[in-house]
Design a protein around this ligand. Structure first.
Ligand code: DC
Length: 225
């Protein structure tokens, strides 16, 4: 029996399937799904709207401190993201936000604020937390850690398919290029870079179905207890 809430960490590069897997595992176990990328995205949206200089660390940090981001689960277990009380669920997935999140994510003061808020959530309730630095920085003592990966071409194909299914016009070569850029930025930033925690279970999902990955994650969590 665990008295403190249980935290499960899922890290990995963009397009590895973290959101899909984390959402499904959270639903099956009745845990909260904590999408930390949605927090960085929301703050990026606000900074763009307010035309804040994305290289100005102090302003970005002050913005993070004065912003309220809420992650709610709506109908059919869909994640609803609220920025200062206003819904931004779709808007934070736009290419403009995606391509500018890097400025927000590399700012140490912003990360401090985000990490603090993420820890506060994890201290209250059982969570499946998904991101880049969850097992290494946010929750180094997580109950169970996963690093979800897939071959680059597969991740790019998944992204491309996902976007065309949503009816968005996409050039797959551009998707590949953007993904490559994001990988580089995620891996090389000085604070909270994407890194495999020493005690993480690495899952390569290249040739696995979603259900197989979900089952593998759940089996590990249950055998950990
Ligand atoms: O997982 P995502 O694609 O929604 O994340 C958006 C961006 O936010 C991603 O480029 C890296 C950043 N991010 C981060 O720096 N740390 C996290 N814990 C989660 C996301």
């Amino acid at each position: 029996m665990h008295n403190a809430p249980i935290v499960v960490a899922i890290d990995g590069p963009a397009g590895a399937g973290k959101s899909t897997i984390a959402k499904e595992v959270a639903k099956r176990l009745g845990f909260m799904y904590l999408d930390t990328g949605a927090m960085y995205r929301s703050l990026t949206l606000k900074a763009l709207r307010e035309k804040i200089d994305l290289n100005d660390e102090a302003s970005l940090t002050a913005l993070a401190r004065s912003t309220r981001i809420d992650l709610k689960i709506g109908d059919h277990h869909a994640l609803k993201v609220l920025l200062d009380g206003q819904e931004v669920t779709e808007e934070i997935r736009s290419p403009e936000v995606t391509n500018n999140t890097f400025y927000i994510a590399r700012t140490a003061g912003v990360r401090d604020v985000m990490v603090e808020q993420q820890r506060a959530i994890g201290a209250k309730t059982n969570v499946i937390a998904e991101g880049r630095d969850i097992g290494t920085v946010v929750f180094p003592n997580a109950f169970c850690k996963f690093y979800l990966d897939a071959r680059f071409e597969e991740r790019a194909n998944r992204r491309c398919k996902e976007m065309s299914e949503k009816g968005k016009a996409v050039a797959c070569a551009q998707v590949q290029q953007d993904l490559q850029d994001r990988d580089t930025k995620d891996l090389t930033r000085k604070v909270g870079p994407l890194k495999i925690a020493d005690d993480a279970i690495v899952i390569d999902s290249t040739n696995m179905s979603i259900q197989d990955v979900v089952q593998k994650v759940i089996d590990h969590i249950q055998s950990h207890g």
